[in-house]
Write a protein that binds this ligand. Structure first.
Ligand code: COA
Length: 586
């Protein structure tokens, strides 16, 4: 089918839908819903069989939905409507929620229902729920409805609140006054629910030391004891750039802040970055280099061991790895390598496996070019350490999406296992970067020169199944989290059998020695870093502009032509009439 994705951004869900549709050989094009005129123009150019809106914040013009079948993904149960669907469900601590696929209509989310799916709502961040439960349900609904369209069994049900299974209702935009934390009254559980509901955007507005901030990413602290001198809301500790605040009945960690009420746009930063002077007397806690999992507190890095297999977790916010985080991870990795295990598995985080260097902390630095350089060298040290580990088999367990340097970090491992449905973005060009993390060594080695340059140039998402088929990953494991983890344990235990480990390690040593003779590993790094220095330091480099657009979330004004296939055709036609003729024959 010819499908147009009309979206507010090419976000994670849209990338997944895009890749799933392409995998099923549909013709897929994307248009950012920037203006009414652009949307109408896109539809006229594309003439799609179907329009899907996995993530759309504005209304579709009636001129479009009256002529074309348009499906909208709404992250709510049947009958739920409004812009804060997940926020309300999470803040109310509901135990079940859902996703509904509706046809576009005059009123928001009020069109006929194409399908709906419910799921158990975990007590966690909105962005985590969106990236997992919502994404899985939305993809399932879309694919099922397309099947129905193709086998002519498609039907949709008008929204009818008298039906017993239509339990939702209109919910207004959630305001900051409804999100506000009452530190005197709210329990830890309630505070966490408020933080979870506001996660990613907009955050919970609150004041610290007379200044107003948005708070992000809260975790419960169960060990730290408060005393009678401490008031709810007081900061009682700091650790790894996060702050711990006392509550009426315990404490919570808040890892990130963004300054509010400012004229200039602000970015999210590790909490202590905004509070350096204020926190000088605050006790600082330090994790061990390789801490075990501790469910009573917030941890970024932790380690578990089972059956000769070590599992190293690095749950960095948004998968972004700053200089300091890379340094700590490298130290933990070095320590993990000394453990008496045969296999070391890199587990990544709970939302992303890794998204490479941290663009926010780079932006916040007084010398962004230099900070980017430091961050790059630190992540490269980590990649080098993994690539040259010869006493164990290293495994990247891609349970979550990864992008840019994060994908290349995974490629440093001997074995790459990927969860079904995971989306990889193995490219840097969108950020104006040549790329590093030894991609020029590891990527062609895995997928061949031709695929490597295509992946880097196309800037398109790669779904797990495709990743395995081109050699970017080795094996696909089931999507369901529990099944993924048990399959992972089984596969890794198999790799940990003495003979298997010895064979793999020997093979790795041979490949490494051979490569050293052909072109030493250092040379790849030097070549990449020379080019990256240019990207970071030269005044006319695209990196600084691209980074600013990304971190300040500048409004999109046009769809890039690599996504808007319908516009590519026009561009080619204007420039090269013969190409469009050839495309028409396909
Ligand atoms: N540094 C800092 N923040 C990052 C980041 C990075 N490298 N990668 C992602 N993020 C943040 C985003 O700003 C966003 O923050 P939010 O909490 O304010 O929402 C959050 O992670 C999710 O990213 P978003 O872009 O909304 O998610 P997505 O699923 O639509 O797209 C990516 C995911 C990874 C494809 C996209 O975020 C991306 O391109 N990241 C940059 C990767 C990169 O260029 N890294 C540097 C070179 S190694």
């Amino acid at each position: 089918m010819k499908i147009l994705l009309l979206v507010s951004a090419f976000n994670g869900l849209t990338q997944r839908v895009y890749a799933e549709l392409k995998q099923r050989d549909h013709w897929v094009s994307v248009e950012y819903a920037c203006t009414k005129q652009q949307m109408e123009e896109a539809v006229t150019l594309c003439k799609p069989d179907l329009i899907i809106c996995p993530f759309l914040k504005q209304a579709i013009p009636s001129s479009i939905w009256q002529r074309y079948l348009c499906w909208i993904v709404h992250p709510g149960i049947k009958g739920d409507r409004g812009p804060s669907a997940l926020d309300w469900a999470i803040q109310r601590q509901l135990s079940w929620w859902g996703v509904t696929l509706v046809e576009a209509a005059t009123d928001y989310d009020a069109g006929s229902i194409v399908g709906s799916k419910e799921f158990r709502l975990p007590a966690t961040n909105k962005s985590t729920v969106y990236r997992h439960q919502v994404t899985e349900a939305a993809v399932e609904l879309i694919l099922a409805a397309i099947d129905q369209l193709q086998n002519k069994s498609y039907k949709s049900d008008p929204l009818d609140y008298s039906k017993p299974d239509v339990k939702g209702s209109w919910q207004p935009l959630m305001k900051q006054s409804q999100r506000k934390i009452d530190w005197q009254q709210d329990t830890t559980e309630k505070i966490l629910a408020k933080l979870h509901a506001a996660e990613s955007f907009p955050g919970v507005k609150d004041s610290i030391n007379g200044r107003t901030y948005y708070l992000y990413n809260g975790y419960q602290e169960k060990k730290l004891l408060t005393n009678s001198n401490v008031l709810p809301g007081d900061i009682i500790a700091k650790k790894n750039q996060a702050v711990c605040r006392a509550t009426r009945d315990g404490a919570v960690w808040i890892t990130h802040l963004k300054q509010a009420n400012m004229v200039e746009p602000q970015i999210k930063l590790p909490a202590t970055a905004y509070l350096t002077d204020y926190l000088q007397q605050t006790p600082e806690l330090f994790d061990h280099e390789l801490p075990s999992y501790d469910p009573t507190t917030w941890q970024e890095i932790y380690y578990e061991e089972n059956d000769h297999v070590g599992y190293l977790y690095f749950n960095f916010y948004n998968g972004a790895m700053s200089t300091e985080q890379c340094y700590r991870l490298l130290k933990a990795y070095k320590k993990a390598v000394t453990r008496p295990t045969r296999v070391l598995v890199l587990m990544g985080g709970s939302d992303f496996w890794s998204n490479g260097i941290n663009l926010n902390t780079i932006e916040a630095s007084s010398d962004s070019g230099l900070e980017a350089w430091e961050n790059l060298k630190q992540i490269n040290d980590l990649v080098e350490e993994i690539t040259t580990t010869v006493n164990k088999v290293t495994v990247a367990a891609l349970k979550e999406n990864a992008a840019a340097g994060g994908v290349m970090l995974a490629l440093a491992c001997d074995i790459i296992l990927i969860r079904d449905g995971v989306v990889l973005s193995p490219y840097y060009q969108h950020m104006g970067l040549y790329g590093s993390e030894y991609w020029s060594f590891n990527l062609p080695r895995r997928v061949g020169e031709r695929h490597a340059s295509q992946l880097m140039a196309n800037c398109l998402p790669v779904l797990a199944a495709e990743a395995v088929s081109i050699g970017l990953a080795d094996e696909i494991l089931p999507a369901q989290e529990k099944v993924f983890l048990s399959s992972l344990a089984k596969v890794c235990t198999w790799y940990s059998h003495k003979k298997t480990t010895e064979r793999l390690v020997l093979r790795k040593q041979r490949i490494y020695q051979l490569n050293q003779q052909l072109k030493p590993l250092r040379q790849y790094r030097e070549e990449e870093e020379r080019k990256m220095w240019q990207c970071f330091m030269s005044a006319d480099s695209d990196f600084h502009q691209a980074r600013k657009r990304f971190v300040y979330k500048s409004p999109l004004i046009t769809t890039p032509t690599y996504l808007a296939i319908h516009r590519q055709a026009v561009k080619y036609w204007e420039e090269k009439p013969h190409i469009i003729k050839r495309m028409a024959c396909l």
